[in-house]
Ligand binder design. Structure first.
Ligand SMILES: [Zn+2]
Length: 410
């Protein structure tokens, strides 16, 4: 049935915006779908879906195209999919060992991406901004300029979310570095910027596109030199007052342990971080990812020293996780970064400690999985962060024109 302008006029603007948001989020999270699938998944009527898809197509954000036949007779239904030029974000990741950048569209797939290794050691804010500017200049930013709605940054450090200032990043030697203020101008982009901790963003990416897909309560542990955590409760990231929540690496677990980089003693990081693992295996503690790779190769060949070190760290991972499982009652625990790579060697010790120490109720409900997105998890999470304002209200990007075109064409 045609949808007349009267009906459109009567429809509450709030409902229209919420419905557009529901459809766009559905397409973003699950990929291209037919109108019937969208009807089934959103609970909206066929008529409403037609009008709203009309708006998204008229606004040049989505298109409808024939899907491949799926075995049934008759015409295949057209699939609604994002236009590559519709809405794009620039995602950036500042990790301990690498810098990465990507242009990402609706659906979360990178349109183009680039990653370069970064030598360890302190670097000034100016130096990192310059390195990132150069890295981003290798992406087709100009070709997508009109579509770029925001910048998302994943940072190995403690980040204040409201202004993207880095309160501390020990591996870079930063304190109170105004990163969020500097980057848009460096990239020549006048769009909003969102900066967050890399583990928080890895959690979002693993939840939406990786090992925790479909879960609403997630705990992610991200291990490199430092150990970070990302916590999602009932579908929402737990940020705390300023964005500092989730610093699980600095949970005191061993009062008789080693001094931590943060100045405290016996933090979880001093027992399970990269340096602890390398020290236990008798390797240079500052050897970085190359030494970790060598250690994992040795473990694969069955070298007892390597296996013992991995099991020892696994045991401490399990001890810390037991407390966190009791505290958070997560559905999935994702182990990312170093822990994903070493997972198969640590798993028995981790599970044994969880079974021994955690409360039975929350322990039985928690599934433990290595991360599925590897080193890209924080970068993909940064893209999700920058896309979020659009997902929350796609109508703001459409404007009244699309509504008129869609109504006239319906
Ligand atoms: Zn600490």
């Amino acid at each position: 049935m045609p949808l007349g302008p009267d009906l459109v006029g009567q429809r509450s603007e709030t409902v229209r915006r919420a419905n557009l948001g529901a459809i766009v989020r559905e397409l973003h999270l699950r990929g291209p779908q037919s109108r019937s699938e969208l009807v089934a998944r959103t609970g909206l009527t066929r008529t409403a879906i037609r009008a709203l898809i009309g708006e998204l197509v008229a606004g040049d954000l989505f298109l409808e195209e024939r899907g491949a036949p799926v075995g049934q007779p008759g015409r295949p239904s057209p699939l609604v999919r994002p236009r590559e030029a519709g809405v794009v974000v620039l995602a950036v990741s500042i990790a301990v060992d690498s810098l990465a950048a990507a242009l990402v569209g609706i659906g979360g797939e990178p349109i183009a991406s680039v990653r370069i290794p970064r030598p360890r050691g302190h670097l000034s804010l100016d130096a990192i901004v310059e390195d990132l500017r150069e890295l981003v200049s290798g992406l087709p930013v100009d070709a997508h300029r009109a579509a770029i709605i925001g910048i998302g940054v994943a940072m190995a450090g403690l980040v204040r979310r409201d202004d993207g200032s880095v309160s501390s990043a020990p591996n870079l030697g930063w304190r109170d570095a105004p990163l969020g203020e500097r980057l848009p101008a460096a990239f020549g982009l006048d769009v909003p910027i969102h900066v967050a901790n890399e583990a928080d963003l890895a959690a979002v990416a693993e939840l939406r596109r990786g090992a925790a897909r479909g879960a609403d309560d997630l705990l992610l542990i991200w291990g490199e030199v430092g150990v970070g955590g990302g916590i999602i409760v009932d579908g929402k990231p737990l940020t705390g007052v300023a964005g500092y929540a989730g610093e699980v690496g600095h949970m005191p677990v061993n009062p008789g342990g080693a001094t931590c980089g943060c100045g405290s003693i016996g933090c979880w990081e001093t027992e399970i971080g990269e340096r602890a693992l390398l020290r236990l295996a008798g390797r240079p503690v500052d050897g970085g990812p190359d030494e970790v790779d060598a250690l994992l190769r040795a473990a694969a060949e069955g070298e007892p020293g390597a296996l013992v070190a991995l099991a020892h760290v696994g045991r401490w991972v399990g001890i810390g996780l037991s407390g966190l499982v009791n505290l958070l009652n997560p559905r999935v625990i994702v182990l990312g970064g170093l822990f994903a790579r070493a997972y198969s060697y640590m798993e028995p010790a981790i599970l044994a400690e969880l079974d021994r120490l955690a409360l039975r109720g929350p322990r039985e409900l928690a599934r433990i999985a290595p991360g599925a997105l590897d080193v890209d998890a924080p970068l993909l999470g940064a893209a999700e962060l920058a896309l979020e304002p659009f997902l929350a209200d796609p109508a703001a990007r459409l404007g009244p024109r699309a509504q008129l075109v869609a109504a006239a064409g319906a």
